[in-house]
Design a binder for this molecule. Structure first.
Ligand SMILES: NC(=O)c1ccc[n+]([C@@H]2O[C@H](COP(=O)([O-])OP(=O)(O)OC[C@H]3O[C@@H](n4cnc5c(N)ncnc54)[C@H](OP(=O)(O)O)[C@@H]3O)[C@@H](O)[C@H]2O)c1
Length: 238
């Protein structure tokens, strides 16, 4: 069954969001791809899929922008079957340790990386509720958001936003626990080669996007399994 998918943070052709968009389009689905600034790569892709790829402007740090995007989306489709909250951020100090880190950079990062995805969920909830197949929300988190496994002395912003995203995911999960047509998970996607200057990461975005696409289908109706998972579907410690 074909589905309608919203994916955030999709403008960079070498990153995960754009490659997820490609994979869903190749699978025959309709994709609402959100960006916060124009993307040439996405415009090129739209030429290939003029009817099934819709580009939305949405800055997830702003409630006004997210609500406006939801309003635009309602003109394109009456429902959503899947939201992939992929967009994230890290500050310029992300690799620094406490003495050198400007702590005022943490709250804006949390606003994007943790509150942002839940803003999207709240604004698009009426469309998720109209999914005939049962809707799934995937919040792309990270092992860096695990408090139990935390070993780093840096990522004060990024680790905090992902841990907060995990908490928000579980809280929403509790809220929808009795709804058979709505599910939510958060995911550590693995180490993906999304930084053009660094070829160390083992996972290739285009290949990995297909692994994730298949994994998400196994989680759509899974209310019993783990909520914070790795890309192999196993539980990751909170
Ligand atoms: N790559 C990895 O190895 C890895 C590992 C663990 C977890 N993850 C997670 O996987 C996801 C994808 O990773 P990635 O490396 O592909 O990410 P990325 O290259 O850093 O891309 C992040 C995207 O988020 C967008 N974004 C930033 N702030 C935004 C805002 N306020 N509103 C809307 N969009 C915003 C960026 O837009 P612009 O292009 O306009 O800046 C960009 O397209 C992220 O959630 C990341 O934390 C990645």
């Amino acid at each position: 069954m074909k589905q309608t998918v919203l994916i955030t943070g999709t403008g960079r052709p070498y990153a995960l969001g754009f490659n997820l968009v490609k994979r869903y389009l190749e699978a025959g689905d309709t994709v609402l791809a959100s960006i916060r600034r124009p993307s040439e790569a996405l415009e090129e892709l739209k030429k290939e899929y003029p009817d099934r790829l819709h580009i939305l402007m949405m800055d997830i740090s702003s409630t006004e922008s997210v609500n406006a995007a939801a309003w635009q989306a309602e003109k394109l489709t009456d429902h959503l079957d899947l939201i992939i909250n992929n967009a994230t951020t890290a500050s310029a100090d992300t690799m620094k340790e406490l003495p050198d880190f400007d702590l005022d950079l943490i709250a804006p990062a949390v606003n994007v990386g943790a509150v942002g995805p839940i803003r999207v969920v709240k604004a698009f909830l009426p469309m998720l509720r109209k999914s005939a197949m049962g809707a799934l929300i995937v919040n792309i988190s990270s092992e860096a958001g695990s408090i139990g496994k935390c070993y780093r002395t840096f990522y004060l912003d990024y680790g905090t936003e992902k841990a907060a995203l995990n908490m928000l995911t579980m809280t929403v999960r509790n809220w929808i626990k009795d709804d058979p047509n709505l599910n939510i998970i958060c995911l550590h996607p693995g180490w993906i080669r999304t930084n053009p200057g660094n070829n160390e990461a083992p996972l290739i975005p285009y290949e990995h996007a297909e692994t994730l696409r298949n994994l998400f289908e196994t989680k759509r109706h899974d209310k019993e399994g783990p909520v914070f998972i790795t890309y192999t579907g196993e539980a990751y410690p909170w």
